[in-house]
Every structure is written in structure tokens, then in C-alpha cells.
Design a protein around this ligand. Structure first.
Ligand SMILES: *Cc1c(COP(=O)(O)O)cnc(C)c1O
Length: 433
């Protein structure tokens, strides 16, 4: 067997030892959790109009520290980014049947947070370079019913936030950022997540920093902050006592984070910059090794931006190699590399294709105000072509990659590209079978 034989054809995998699992939790988090546990106050929230309505000491401190670090007026912690997005959309002046423009190339929760308030997700296409909402496509989707743009800073790179903010202002729309994957990334000298009226971060176990489950919303708007705090904690039972008259969408949930989670979050926040620094080092090594492989585009970082590399996104052009993406991805996976083909095309999920969400009769699409919104295949051609043939994601967050692991990852890619001819023959043969 030649040394450079692809594992798919029987050779030895390039990354033969599984790297250590990514785990940002250390001694400081252990001490913080114990401190809370020993004190016995595992949650400080009261679900009524009381000073404790806003949570206990750790929650208050965590929120203050997060707000300071992100240079925003308010940070509102929640028990997930999904809850945070729900609180954010609910905080706006949304009527059932209103439309919110969103990317199809994001996690399902981004769009579901719209539907939960009986508003209508309208999908606009993404741009090739960063996989984020294309401002021109957004503008083309605006109607008299549009109330907001919900933009995701996908994979850790900012969307065109200034352009989107200008569009939002021009049309009187809110801008919300789902910055789940981009904590600490910058856009034009300012932190991602702080460009919209509200930004939401995730603290789930897969993200850069985490509290097991968790999330945090940021805003400079006092009213939006309070409405999110209300939705977080049983709004409907509190508004009378606090004298709040604007009770539209003051439907409450229990989105409260615990004191132990907040204490862990405070320690995690201190680690964020170091974690991003290492991610960028790894990405630079990958770029150096993969740039120049025919038909493979390494991640682009736009001028004035930094990347948080939640995913290391690649674009593949099969015209250049003659090899289908499925074959390339299978070959890379056999080398032991954490790569996957495609991400999400949310508009193609059964819920949107069949317009079945609440009950069986098509609510909210055919509710009080019928909507003509289309989710047909073809409405987001860039996102769809990324999904069916072009996108390859490398799971940079999956492991605590050491330099030698990254060298092996690069060697794996190079080996596959060295063997394009052999793999092409293999692909033809499997097709004939
Ligand atoms: C992780 C993620 C979410 C959901 O976060 P949770 O904290 O698990 O609810 C939403 N949007 C994006 C883009 C994400 O990556």
C-alpha cells in the first residue's frame, strides 16, 4: 500500500488519533460553581414584582460584566439562545401576520422564534462570500408587512451589518442579530451582536464559551431590555403590579438561567478572547495548508472584520477537480477529519414546505391576515447551491486541536487532492456498480 493512499481506498487515515474533546471548563468554573452550591442559593429569581424579579447576585453580576465587556447598556441572561430570540422578537411591536426577514442558512431556532409569535418568517438569500444575508436580497423581500430583519452572523463572521442597519432604518424596521456563533467577533471596530436593536448569544455546550445551556441578549434600549426581562419571567403576572400598560406580547415564560450557570458564565467570559485567539491561530494554519488546493476556497474575512470560527467554512467547486462533493467529503471523513457537506436550507423544512405549524390548518400563514409568502425551492439560489453541491464545513469547534492534529488535518486534505485521479476512477467505478 503506497504511503499516500487515501483511507477511502484502504490507506492509513491522516488523523489516526482522535484529538482531545473541546472543553473550555476548568478550575475557575469548578470553584465558582462550588461557591454557589455551598451558599445554597441556586436561583435568586422571583416570578412576581419584587427586587428579586431580576434574578440573584450571580445573574446580576454576570449580566453587568457581559454588558461591560460588549460595551452595551443592558445584558439579559436567558436559559438558551432560542429563548433569547423568542424574548427578543416578543419584545418588539409585532402583530400576528407581520413579516420578519431571515436567512435560510442558519439554525432552525432563528426562524422558529418568529413563528412562535405568529409572525411570518420570510427567507432572503445569502451572499457567496460569508454565507450571511445578502442586503440586496433582503431589500427585495420587504413588503408593507415587514417589521424586522433577523440576521445571523453565521459561522462567526459578521453579516453586512452597516448595510442591513441602513436598510432597516430606511424602512422603519427593527434589526435583531442572532450572534450565537460570533461572540467576540468584530465588525468595523465594534463587537458583533451590538449592531442591531437586540443581539443574542448562545451559551450552549457546543459554543465557544458555555454554561451547559444558556443565552444572553444585549441591547442599548431600556424599553426592549425590560420587555425581554418580563418575557423571561412570567410577564403576564407582573405587569399589573409594576404598572406596565403596554401589555402586547407580554406573554411570559420561564427563561431563567440559574445562579450556578451565571457563576460559570462569569468565568467563561474571561476566557473568550484567549479562545478566539487560538481559533484564529488554527484557522491561519489551515489557510496556509489548504490555500492553493484546486477548487477549494478557504474562509474569507472581510475588511474591518474578525472571525470567531465557530465553523471553518469551505466552498468547493467540483468543476475544478471533476470529483463530486459527496466523494471528496467521504474521502476526507475517512482520513479522520470532522468535515460535513451542507448546512441548513430552512425554507425546505417540512414545516415551511407544508405550512403546518400550529394545528393542521396552516396557521399562522392563513390566519387573520393571509400571506402570500413563498417557500418554494429556488427562492434562495445561493443557499440552495451551497447546500446541494458547494459547501463543506470543517468542525473547528469539535476538538481541542493541538498543532500536530492540525498538521495531520492539512496532510489529510493534501493527500486527497494528490489523489484526485485515483478517486475519480473510484467514483466512476462505484457509479457503474
Ligand atoms: C446554537 C445556535 C442557536 C441556538 O442556541 P441554543 O442556545 O442552543 O438555543 C441559534 N442560532 C444559531 C445560529 C446557533 O448557532
Amino acid at each position: 500500500m503506497p504511503k499516500n493512499e487515501p483511507a477511502l481506498l484502504g490507506g492509513k487515515p491522516a488523523l489516526s488519533v482522535v484529538p482531545p474533546e473541546y472543553n473550555p471548563i476548568g478550575r475557575a468554573e469548578e470553584k465558582a460553581a462550588l461557591r454557589v452550591l455551598r451558599g445554597g442559593h441556586l436561583s435568586g429569581f422571583y416570578g412576581s414584582w419584587d427586587p428579586r424579579f431580576f434574578g440573584g447576585d450571580e445573574i446580576q453580576s454576570f449580566e453587568q460584566e457581559w454588558a461591560q465587556s460588549f460595551a452595551v447598556k443592558h445584558a439579559v441572561s436567558v436559559n438558551s439562545n432560542t429563548s433569547g430570540l423568542m424574548a427578543a422578537v416578543g419584545a418588539l411591536d409585532i402583530e400576528p401576520g407581520d413579516e420578519i426577514i431571515v436567512s435560510p442558512w442558519t439554525m432552525s431556532a432563528t426562524a422558529t422564534a418568529i413563528l412562535v409569535w405568529n409572525a411570518i418568517p420570510v427567507f432572503a438569500d445569502i451572499e457567496e462570500r460569508t454565507f450571511n444575508l445578502d442586503p440586496a436580497a433582503v431589500e427585495a423581500r420587504i413588503t408593507s408587512r415587514t417589521k424586522a430583519i433577523l440576521v445571523t452572523d453565521i459561522f462567526g463572521h459578521a453579516a453586512k451589518l452597516n448595510e442591513l442597519r441602513r436598510i432597516a432604518r430606511r424602512h422603519g424596521l427593527y434589526l435583531i442579530e442572532d450572534a450565537a456563533q460570533a461572540p467576540g467577533a468584530f465588525y468595523r471596530g465594534k463587537r458583533v451582536g451590538t449592531f442591531g436593536d437586540i443581539g443574542v448569544f448562545s451559551l450552549n455546550v457546543h459554543k465557544h464559551i458555555h454554561t451547559g445551556e444558556g443565552g444572553i441578549c444585549v441591547t442599548n434600549n431600556d424599553k426592549l431590555a425590560l420587555r425581554m426581562q418580563l418575557i423571561r419571567n412570567h410577564a403576564e403576572s407582573v405587569v399589573a403590579d409594576m404598572g406596565e400598560r403596554e401589555i402586547n406580547n407580554m406573554i411570559g415564560f420561564n427563561f431563567r438561567l440559574t445562579e450556578i450557570q451565571a457563576a460559570i458564565g462569569r468565568e467563561q467570559l474571561k476566557r473568550l478572547d484567549g479562545i478566539l485567539c487560538r481559533r484564529n491561530e488554527i484557522a491561519a494554519k489551515l489557510n496556509a495548508g489548504l490555500d492553493g488546493l484546486a477548487g477549494l476556497r478557504t474562509p474569507l474575512v472581510e475588511r474591518g472584520c474578525t472571525h470567531s470560527y465557530y465553523v471553518y467554512p469551505l466552498v468547493y467547486d467540483q468543476e475544478r477537480t471533476g470529483l463530486r462533493r459527496a466523494t471528496i467529503v467521504a474521502a476526507l471523513q475517512q482520513e479522520g477529519l470532522a468535515v460535513s457537506a451542507g448546512y441548513w436550507n430552512l425554507h425546505l423544512l417540512p414545516m415551511y414546505q407544508q405550512k403546518i405549524a400550529y394545528g393542521r390548518s396552516g396557521f399562522p400563514w392563513n390566519g387573520i391576515r393571509k400571506t402570500a409568502v413563498s417557500y418554494k425551492k429556488g427562492i434562495c439560489p445561493v443557499a440552495e447551491s451551497m447546500q446541494t453541491e458547494r459547501y463543506i464545513g470543517f468542525g473547528i469547534s469539535r476538538y481541542a486541536y493541538r498543532d500536530r492534529d492540525i498538521n495531520a488535518v492539512v496532510a489529510g486534505f493534501q493527500k486527497i487532492w494528490d489523489n484526485i485521479d485515483k478517486l475519480t476512477a473510484y467514483e466512476r467505478q462505484s457509479e457503474r456498480k
